[in-house]
Design a protein around this ligand. Sequence first.
Ligand code: MN
Length: 253
Amino acid sequence: MTIYAMSDIHGFIGSFEEALAHVNLDDGASRLVLLGDYCDRGPSSLDVYHRIMGLQEEFPGQVIALRGNHEEMLLEYIGMASADLGFTQGWMLADTGLATAQSFLSKDEFAEVKHLLSRRKFEEAYLLTVEYMKRSHADVIRWIRNLPYYYETEFGQVFCHAGIDEDAGDLWRIGTPEEYFTSMSPYYKGKRFELDVIAGHISTEFVSEIPGYHDIWFDGASHYYIDGQTVATGRIPVLQYDESTGTYSGPGL
Ligand SMILES: [Mn+2]
């Protein structure tokens, strides 16, 4: 039995498909853990969400999807009933080039939004985008809203988007604030913890401090960082944990 993990797909459906070619769930027991940030930056956020939802139907119980800070942001801007100028500009900054909005909207709907933006009607553009997203993709939004913050295995591992509060010891499950799970910086890098912590969010180039490094990075203690920065490389590294040997493998390990 193998546990596969990948993170930070960020709307790149082609890179996701290439990574999935390394994943085999046919034994009915192996698992795929996805660590969040499925949207923003790349052009195909909606396709990525649909692909993951499809995998969960195809392999019931074997595909675990966690939430990242970009899911939190998406839910936040979808949940707003009204918005001021600062908020809508923040929304446009988070969704670079409005790639995610574009992936969720039809061609005509997006043209309408762009027209409003060109006339600097930011709030109207935002509200219309949210209305279209809710109208056509309520199933996806509901699915995102139910994504868990972490996934713990019987093998002494916790998977999450960014990290957990390790100072809380075995109380980390209740002691970790939600925004730590999705957004914390790699504060515990190099420190030992009772569990292996597998996270994305921070590129391995940044966390390893090795210029140009985009593989999986193990800190020599308890942490596996797996965000290979898809936006820069077009590649999503796949971490594999082999239950029979208790070992991890993947690019860079
Ligand atoms: Mn992130």
